[in-house]
Design a protein around this ligand. Structure first.
Ligand SMILES: CC(C)(COP(=O)(O)OP(=O)(O)OC[C@H]1O[C@@H](n2cnc3c(N)ncnc32)[C@H](O)[C@@H]1OP(=O)(O)O)[C@@H](O)C(=O)NCCC(=O)NCCS
Length: 240
């Protein structure tokens, strides 16, 4: 998927504010409070001594325009093999293994027609993808009994309508997601452009933030964690 420069700019601003509020070095704030390490394809160890991360930080220190440097650096990392937890993909949906009995669902725009992926007209296409995923899982993952998700998307009616009520009813705010797309993804539209209203609200709240307490409240939407038995999905999608 595409990530416009605004996506990196927003996170740099956040990291600078975190650094100011906490006194931690900017590098620590970038490592702990942005999606950069993952976006650069470095995995999830968040190792400050990783050679590629050090290369990024060195360039940042020399750059007059930190956003431009970050965007250029990200471009050099695109197209490289990335560590992935994804097991299989069905259109906009994919899944990975969360633990022995539980699969984790992911969403990314892959609508072939370039239409709004969550629009009412695309609801049946999304439901077909979910049905295909569930049918596949039934054969390929016999040990799995549950499906879980964590995302800002569970706040949206257009996303929620794709899932059974029992799954949505378990929604709990998932804390500590400052490095992850379940939090940062809310600022992107399907073209990878930053959503102006969400970003403006975020920056306004960030400017008013006076401490590290409740930092996540700067984000307009909170990531929600949900989980339910696979049998609930089978019933919802009428999979015999
Ligand atoms: C998910 C994603 C494709 C949605 O993009 P989009 O261009 O808004 O797609 P849609 O137009 O189909 O949007 C769905 C609806 O949600 C609304 N919406 C999207 N983002 C929103 C936000 N941050 N706040 C409020 N509403 C939002 C849209 O307005 C739209 O509603 P509408 O149909 O009533 O107009 C895009 O945000 C994205 O690619 N994000 C990065 C990936 C990601 O976050 N994946 C989940 C990781 S856990």
């Amino acid at each position: 998927m595409r990530f416009g420069s605004g996506f990196f700019d927003l996170q740099l601003r956040f990291a600078h504010r975190v650094s100011d509020l906490s006194g931690m070095p900017l590098g620590d704030a970038l490592l702990g409070y942005t999606n950069f390490y993952i976006r650069f394809g470095l995995g999830r160890a968040f190792d400050p001594h990783h050679a590629i991360w050090i290369e990024y930080m060195d360039g940042l220190a020399r750059s007059a325009d930190q956003t431009a440097w970050t965007v250029r650096f990200f471009a050099t990392r695109q197209g490289l093999p990335q560590p992935s937890h994804t097991v299989a993909t069905f259109g906009c949906f994919s899944y990975g293994h969360r633990d022995a009995g539980c699969l984790r669902l992911h969403f990314e725009n892959a609508d072939p027609d370039g239409q709004a992926p969550l629009a009412a007209e695309r609801k049946s296409a999304r439901r077909s993808e979910l049905r295909a995923l569930l049918a596949h899982v039934r054969h390929a993952e016999p040990q799995a009994t549950r499906l879980a998700g964590v995302s800002w998307l569970y706040n949206l009616a257009s996303y929620r309508r794709l899932f059974p009520e029992s799954y949505l009813a378990t929604a709990k705010i998932a804390g500590g997601r400052f490095r992850n797309m379940p939090l940062w993804g809310q600022f992107l539209d399907r073209h990878g452009t930053v959503r102006t209203a969400a970003a403006a609200l975020f920056l306004d709240r960030l400017a008013r933030q006076r401490s590290m307490d409740d930092l996540v409240q700067c984000f307009p939407l909170q990531p929600l964690a949900v989980e339910a038995p696979l049998s609930d999905f089978h019933a919802f999608h009428a999979i015999a």
